[in-house]
Ligand binder design. Structure first.
Ligand SMILES: Cc1cc2nc3c(=O)[nH]c(=O)nc-3n(C[C@H](O)[C@H](O)[C@H](O)COP(=O)(O)O)c2cc1C
Length: 221
């Protein structure tokens, strides 16, 4: 099983998103998957210019010559797409560029599903699951609402299963090396393992990952 992961944090390896993404990927690897990890901030990924050449004149081909050209074959070969990003009201700009530049993977053969017009991925794209891994700064999980909606909408638009979200609020508390934090990391690893072995992450595992590391009162104070 091949996993394509993109981390949209401008803080890259030093960010909070990496803290939960790394054990998650390690769990996937232990379960037998191979993964590749890319940081949008290390790559040159310009914005989509909206010409729709990738849909009309050259189906599946993007005419912008930047690092997406290196990523497209890897994306086509992946079975699972892991979208990792911090919440940035709603997304970091580079990561939004990456999402928009997935357009050439989409085949505009339309269908209506549950009252919405949807496309699907081209036949040569293997991706069968999309997962979100995200951190946010504020205390509540409610801060993930927009980002979850974006990931879910994208999965629905391309007719691929949304396999769930690994979410860590008030993620600046992850830096503290204590028992609760260790439990979060262990469960990130477990979630990755479950996803590969069983095709889904358990809700109790995801609950531990998102559980409070401090009371809201203490956080606000
Ligand atoms: C421009 C910007 C916008 C942000 N917007 C939100 C937000 O709307 N809600 C929230 O809870 N955290 C927000 N945050 C905090 C980040 O989501 C949080 O610190 C995250 O863990 C950073 O991940 P990273 O270290 O991997 O970059 C924002 C941070 C920045 C820099």
């Amino acid at each position: 099983m091949k996993v394509f992961t993109v981390n949209g944090s401008p803080k890259m390896e030093k960010g909070n998103t990496s803290l939960i993404l790394n054990p998650f990927l390690e769990g996937m690897r232990e379960a037998g998957a191979e993964y590749e990890l890319f940081y949008t901030s290390k790559l040159k990924i310009g914005p989509c210019i909206g010409d729709f050449i990738c849909w009309d004149e050259k189906p599946g081909k993007c005419i912008i010559n930047d690092d997406m050209q290196m990523l497209y074959p890897k994306l086509r070969n992946a079975d699972i797409l892991v979208l990792a990003t911090p919440v940035y009201v709603p997304l970091p700009g580079n990561f939004q560029n990456f999402l928009n530049r997935l357009l050439p993977l989409i085949d505009p053969v339309l269908q209506v599903k549950a009252g919405r017009t949807r496309a699907k991925l081209h036949k040569d794209v293997n991706i069968s699951k999309i997962v979100l891994v995200s951190t946010c700064g504020w205390w509540e999980k409610g801060n993930f609402g927009t980002v979850i909606r974006i990931a879910k909408e994208f999965a629905k638009d391309v007719n691929v299963e949304f396999a769930g979200a690994v979410l860590r609020p008030h993620s600046d508390y992850l830096g503290k090396d204590n028992k609760k934090t260790m439990r979060v990391f262990e469960n990130c690893k477990l979630a990755g393992y479950q996803l590969v072995k069983e095709g889904k992450m358990h809700s109790d595992t995801l609950k531990v990952i998102g559980s409070p590391l401090v009371s809201r009162k203490k956080y606000v104070d």
